[in-house]
Design a protein around this ligand. Structure first.
Ligand code: NAD
Ligand code: GLY
Length: 359
């Protein structure tokens, strides 16, 4: 097992990464400082892994909340189901919440923990590749609004993140590929060598080779921890983690939550950002082609949905947390391995990218 630390002074926490970690009671119980524990999960993950977690908690008062599965349920209504349970069971302010699931459960569980009685401790047990390499680390929590993805939320750090790579064996290929989109992101924004490693090892990752997968998860968590430690509340460098996301969020909101998986929308969004970067005189054509090829090899979509006109797309992009005074700002790539901070972009360049880059 590897232990990384997210260094945030008194809010620092460990990320445990390894095989069969769900079987290790102590990894979990050492972070529970109360008698009351609520496990938040969903109807897909519960039959697979809820018992593995519950078995370690016989000494506690344990309740579980099993939410419907899907991005379309990442809502204030679902959040309320968690509050209903906590209140009905008279859970106190020192109760611990465990988020067991993918990014949707992690984001909602974390936000519920941030809000209940103004904040209770929580632990992330991410069960998708996407959640293991990205969403469980760094403390961004929240829900969607019909008019904008992740627009209601809070920064709220967990007590610990427990990443058991074995749970990925039950993940289907489409969801697995979606997680690879965020892995590729780290190479693009920060480290060309990792991008080159991915070009060489993408087939091993798709075959779920354990050594390659564990390396990619550790590398991703380390990169994200470093960035979060430097800029927890996204005043600067953390925004680079949103490469492709302004486009991606527009696709998710515009097409209806759940139509495109988050990772798929990010893959398309990153290809659009690469095209725009070339248009702005940064990336060269060869590198744009390399980026698109790697996403395609990872079985991810690379072209934007034709259902959204450029006008609709731009309108959706106007609802984004990186925008300032209503002006759209996106992360671009100077080179493979070096992202810009959010940059204002004109509607003409955006329209050219969106029109030329439709499916
Ligand atoms: P998800 O949570 O919807 O999970 C994907 C699917 O896999 C679901 O159907 C889920 O039930 C199922 N599943 C989960 N674990 C499984 C397992 N081990 N075996 C079989 N099936 C399993 O989607 P996701 O891709 O994990 O997360 C996407 C969400 O994460 C989005 O809402 C996105 O906005 C958010 N996100 C947040 C951050 C952050 O920093 N907080 C970062 C990136 C993404
Ligand atoms: N997923 C983007 C971030 O955590 O900042």
């Amino acid at each position: 097992m590897k232990t990384l630390t997210v260094s945030l002074a008194e809010r620092s926490y460990p990320i445990y990464i390894g095989e069969n970690l769900l079987a290790q009671a102590d990894l979990l119980t050492r972070h529970i400082k109360s008698k009351q524990v609520v496990i938040v999960t969903n109807e897909t993950v519960a039959p697979l892994y809820l018992q593995n977690v519950q078995q370690h908690l016989s000494a506690y008062q344990v309740e579980s909340v099993i939410l419907p599965d899907g991005e379309q349920y990442k809502t204030l209504e679902s959040l309320n189901l968690i509050f209903d349970k906590l209140l009905a069971c008279k859970f106190s302010r020192n109760a611990t919440l465990i988020a067991l699931g993918g990014g949707v459960i992690g984001d909602m569980g974390g936000f519920a923990a941030a809000c209940y009685q103004r904040g209770i401790p929580f632990i992330q047990i991410p069960t998708t590749l996407l959640a293991q390499v990205d969403s469980s680390v760094g403390g961004k929590t929240g829900v969607n609004h019909p008019l904008g993805k992740n627009m209601i939320g809070a920064f709220y750090q967990p007590q610990a993140v427990i990443i058991d790579v074995d749970v990925l064996t039950t993940l289907d290929n489409r969801q697995f590929a979606a997680g690879l989109a965020e892995v590729i992101k780290y190479g693009l924004i920060r480290d060309e060598n990792f991008f080159v490693w991915l070009e060489k090892n993408i087939d091993a990752l798709l075959a779920r080779d354990k050594a390659a997968l564990t390396y990619a998860i550790e590398y991703s968590c380390r990169t994200k921890s470093d960035i979060v430690a430097e800029d927890e509340h996204e005043g600067g460098v953390r925004a680079t983690l949103n490469l492709g996301h302004t486009f991606g969020h527009a696709i998710e909101t515009g097409m209806g939550y759940g139509c495109y998986l988050h990772g798929e929308a990010v893959a398309i969004g990153t290809c659009l950002a690469a095209d725009l970067s070339q248009r702005k005189g940064f990336l060269n054509a060869v590198d744009v082609a390399r980026i698109i090829e790697l996403f395609a090899r990872a079985n991810l979509p690379t072209k934007s949905p034709t259902e959204l006109s450029a006008e609709q797309f731009i309108d959706l992009m106007a609802v984004d947390k990186k925008n300032v005074d209503g002006a759209i700002r996106v992360i671009l790539l100077e080179t493979i391995g070096k992202a810009t901070l959010p940059m204002p972009v004109d509607n003409l360049s955006l329209t050219q990218t969106l029109q030329l880059y439709g499916r």
